[in-house]
Design a protein around this ligand. Structure first.
Ligand SMILES: Cc1cc2nc3c(=O)[nH]c(=O)nc-3n(C[C@H](O)[C@H](O)[C@H](O)COP(=O)(O)O)c2cc1C
Length: 184
């Protein structure tokens, strides 16, 4: 039985490090037989959530919600901003939280970050884990944080062998866990 994954890099930047890291995870998951749909972050634009919302979600958030509901799990690459969650992504998660369809609930997530700093954005990923779990997502417990991203992300693998092995292990375990939870 095929696992369906949504892949999103929370950056619109041309040459985004997070898009390049996500592409490696997508390639690995595809090689393992997962059916991966890549969503463009440009298609997920949403106004700032102001708390007095009623009715339909804005188009960008609705598109993300539908893509999540059509998937079993989420490969999510996001920049770290000021040691925490990038604001645009947090805003989208807030929109998803008022969606009656609860698109995060019962799904799995694998979080990754590519960053120019040596810390690899791990602090931002730890913060990102919190709202996703509160909203019912099962987040894979290992995070993928790649620092010095300009030099460490190649076209078809990560430069450092230990980083590449970590990526392969995480994606492999994540696909297996998503398959298991889908039938739980
Ligand atoms: C507002 C802002 C805050 C940032 N804060 C951090 C940070 O806390 N840690 C970090 O590693 N990089 C930080 N950066 C740098 C980003 O990691 C860098 O711009 C990265 O290339 C963004 O990801 P992308 O290449 O996928 O677009 C910040 C950038 C911006 C614009």
């Amino acid at each position: 039985m095929t696992v369906k994954l949504l892949a999103l890099a929370a950056s619109t930047r041309a040459g985004s490090h997070n898009k390049r890291l996500l592409a490696l995870a997508v390639a690995q998951a595809t090689q393992l037989g997962a059916d991966v749909t890549v969503l463009d972050y440009d298609d997920c634009d949403a106004p700032i959530y102001k708390g007095d919302h009623s009715g339909a979600l804005p188009a960008g958030a609705a598109k993300l919600s539908a893509a999540l509901r059509a998937s079993d799990g989420w490969l999510l690459a996001s920049p770290e901003y000021n040691w925490s969650i990038a604001g645009g992504l947090k805003n989208l998660i807030d929109w998803l939280s008022v969606d009656a369809a609860a698109p995060l609930k019962g799904r799995t997530g694998l979080l990754m970050c590519a960053s120019p700093s040596t810390r690899g954005g791990i602090s931002g990923l730890q913060h990102l884990q919190v709202p996703l779990e509160v909203l019912g997502m099962w987040v894979y417990p290992q995070l993928i944080g790649i620092g010095d991203a300009a030099n460490q992300i190649g076209a078809d693998r990560l430069t450092k062998e230990k980083d590449q092995q970590h990526l392969v292990t995480c994606v492999t375990d994540f696909v297996r866990a998503t398959k298991a939870l889908k039938h739980a």
